[in-house]
Design a protein around this ligand. Structure first.
Ligand code: FES
Ligand code: FE2
Length: 367
């Protein structure tokens, strides 16, 4: 049965939260969460900067190789510290030479005879789990390493990943919804991900705490293009298991398993693809987005690498374009609209509710 729901939007900056509402691009960003700051390979002895959750961050590695993140803003006159330099593990501001150790503590201010030991630039907890560097930008007392999401297939010799990244002008809430919304596949990505049978197949939706999960099983149907070529099962009836998980504000993971019920002798029965989507908001209307398409078979096949990279990049760019077009309308069209919701939008609404409740809790509201 179709469900028609209007949901109110609370403008960013207003202090009120209402029970039963859904997050959108105006909802304050969740801060008590591990987000990806960078890929490990992006962080070196050259200082780089990136704006995450509205805060400018400088990233570098110590001589021993440990990643460091500090606010990219000198506490003296706001000079971007990434424009300074490293001497050993000491970061030196390029304006008046104030020096900071990797914990952010000031160890020298050349214009002062004594060290202003109470001067400090904020440093952020990082956890490196190759190929990702996770950052905690919320309450430092709540930074719990055990909450860093596990993505072991990204660093496992039994898996092969192709990957890419985008920076886009959209909100991370809409990107998460896009990934939980499988009804757009045949229209936005015809032939590549979506097949008409898949769009009509039944899905099971559940919420486990703050995780929203969609399960789907489509039996006896040819795989879509993106899975057909690497498995060599073009046109063959297969069983396709898929699970999509809104794991956290920072992470969506999709697990796909293609099962060939009648494999020829010596051929595989099961082919697994794990798709990892990582979002770190730059602010409420722009996102750093990394994706990985990982498979557990035919690891050395360069043609499959190239095919999966091109197919994934094309499909995700279609999503990026769509979400940027939507954000452009939402921002610039000034006549109010409450978007309609239908029954298949339920997974996205569960995610929006979870994000909204989390934002409210961070703002001190009990809903
Ligand atoms: S602005 Fe950095 S030392 Fe003055
Ligand atoms: Fe999509």
């Amino acid at each position: 049965m179709d469900m028609l729901v209007e949901h109110p939007r609370i403008p960013l900056g207003e202090k009120e939260f209402e029970a039963g509402s859904f997050a959108d691009h105006t909802t304050p960003l969740i801060r008590n969460c591990w987000y990806v700051a960078a890929l490990g390979g992006e962080v070196s002895r050259e200082i780089i900067s990136r704006r995450l959750l509205g805060v400018d961050i400088a990233l570098y590695r110590t001589e021993a190789g440990a990643p460091v993140a500090v606010r990219n803003r000198c506490p003296h006159r706001s000079f971007p510290l990434a424009k300074g330099r490293l001497v050993g593990d000491t970061l030196i501001c390029g304006y008046h030479g104030m020096q900071f150790d990797p914990s952010g503590r000031c160890v020298s201010m050349p214009s002062m005879p004594i060290v202003p030991t109470n001067a400090q630039v904020r440093s952020f907890d990082l956890v490196e789990r190759a190929p990702l560097i996770w950052i905690w930008m919320g309450d430092p007392n709540k930074a719990d390493e055990s909450l860093v999401p596990d993505t072991p297939w990204l660093n496992d010799e039994n898996w092969k990943s192709v990957s890419g990244q985008f920076f886009l002008n959209s909100d991370y809430v809409s990107m998460h919804e896009n990934l939980l919304d499988q009804t757009h596949f045949p229209f936005l990505h015809p032939g590549v991900i979506g097949t008409p049978e898949y769009a009509r197949s039944k899905l099971k939706i559940r919420r486990e705490g703050e995780v929203v999960i969609i399960d789907r099983l489509l039996k006896n149907s040819p795989p879509p293009g993106v899975y057909a070529m690497p498995t060599g099962l073009t046109g063959k009836p297969v069983d396709r298991h898929s699970e999509a998980r809104f794991q956290s504000p920072a992470l969506h993971v999709a697990f796909a398993k293609i099962v060939n019920p009648t494999p020829p002798p010596g051929a595989l029965t099961e082919y697994c693809f794990n798709i990892t989507h990582i979002f770190t908001p730059e602010n409420n209307e722009s996102i750093h987005y990394w994706w990985f398409n990982s498979r557990n078979f035919d690891l050395q096949n360069k043609a499959s690498d190239e095919f999966l990279h091109a197919a994934s990049d094309k499909a995700y760019l279609e999503d990026v374009d769509a979400l940027e077009w939507i954000m452009d309308v939402v921002r610039k069209d000034t006549e109010k609209q409450f978007d309609l919701n239908f029954a298949p939008d339920k997974p996205g609404l569960l995610m929006r509710r979870a994000l909204y409740d989390r934002a409210a809790a961070e703002a001190g509201y009990e809903l």
